[in-house]
Design a protein around this ligand. Structure first.
Ligand code: ADP
Ligand code: TRP
Length: 321
């Protein structure tokens, strides 16, 4: 049975890009192997320096994940910082990590370009991520396309460790990326991302969701004119939620003309609202039971700790500690 691992940073409310790029594949994987999912609070600390916000976001991610179908009877859900052993493994990997390897990583360059102070934590981010993956002897890492490079760095580090301290010391992971849904567009047509402020959050109130959808950027083609479905982010998003027949209908109406963008946005809103109805109900149920999330995270931490200790003990010994 393969071991599957992924993590998500608690840096804000989860959005549709996170859902299709990471959460839904992760939830599907829980049926196919031994799945471990964690809330990457150590990673979030590279950019979030507000303790109350970090705590609230961490809980929010757990809540949203459970609402969307993560089943704690099948998958292990835990907080990254409940397994501080990853910090020790980060150091053990660091001593073999070439500077050049980290200098090539996009995420660091992107973060600095966005105005984050270039800290050691941001620079070493991929090493912590490698430790996350390697400490659980993970086989498969479901992530969005933007994280592929980090899984490649992880493999490079594992190979280096194995060459230096013993073959088979660390298991080499494979990334799993869904190609057709690889990048979900946001309100402005760019990749949906918190940092672009173009996100559609999963669990907005009805009014707030409608307002967001109505705010999708469109061109000024008049109502009566034909429109191109191939370049529209309304259609791209609709494809994720609507039945194939409804998608064909929207594409036909785009080409025919006579329909304004507002009409298409209303259809998109209805499809999204309906899609998340069961998850919304489940979310309300969880919110009524305040001890539930804590209990899930506590039990997840216990199980993750046991697995992490096996690898860390093996690596410490191999390295002479
Ligand atoms: P953000 O860009 O909003 O900060 P994160 O970087 O925290 O999102 O991404 C968390 C997970 O969700 C990652 O696995 C990432 O690949 C995936 N993801 C984020 N945005 C998208 C998107 N627009 N399309 C596909 N996957 C995405
Ligand atoms: N870096 C990932 C992101 O930005 C989150 C993450 C941290 C992760 N550690 C991981 C993902 C290990 C997969 C495996 O979304």
């Amino acid at each position: 049975m393969p071991r599957i691992l992924s993590g998500i940073k608690p840096t804000g409310r989860l959005h549709i890009g996170n859902y299709f790029g990471m959460m839904r594949p992760a939830i599907d994987w829980q049926e196919k192997g031994e799945a471990l999912y964690f809330i990457a609070d150590y990673h979030a600390l590279t950019t979030v320096h507000d303790p109350a916000a970090l705590r609230a976001n961490t809980r929010g991610v757990a809540l949203d994940f459970l609402a969307c179908g993560l089943d704690p009877a099948k998958a292990i859900l835990f907080k990254q910082s409940d397994v501080p052993q990853v910090c020790e493994l980060t150091w053990l990997l660091s001593v073999l990590t070439p500077m050049g390897l980290l200098e090539r990583c996009h995420a660091y360059k992107d973060a600095v370009a966005k105005g984050f102070a270039p800290s050691h934590g941001l620079f070493a981010y991929p090493v912590l991520m490698a430790a996350d993956i390697l400490i659980y002897d993970s086989d498969i890492v479901p992530v969005g396309r933007d994280q592929k490079q980090h899984v490649e760095v992880t493999r490079d580090l594992a190979i280096k460790m194995n060459e230096t301290f013993g073959a088979n010391l660390l298991r080499l992971p494979e990334p799993s990326i869904l190609p057709d849904l690889a990048t979900i567009p946001g309100l402005d047509g760019q990749k949906m991302s918190k940092s672009y402020g173009n996100t559609i959050e999963l669990f907005l109130e009805e009014k707030a969701l409608k307002k967001k959808i109505m705010g999708i950027v469109t061109d000024s083609t008049p109502v009566e004119a034909p429109k191109d479905p191939a370049t529209s982010s309304i259609v791209a998003l609709y494809r994720l939620f609507a039945s194939p027949a409804d998608v064909v209908q929207m594409e036909t109406d785009f080409r025919a003309g006579g329909f304004g963008y507002g009409d298409f946005k209303k259809r998109l809103f209805a499809a999204i609202w309906e899609h998340f109805a069961p998850a919304r109900a489940r979310r309300e149920e969880i919110e009524r039971d305040p001890g539930f999330i804590d209990a899930v995270l506590r039990s997840g931490a216990e199980r993750a700790n046991a697995l992490a200790n096996v690898t860390l003990t093996r690596v410490r010994k191999a390295m002479g500690l």
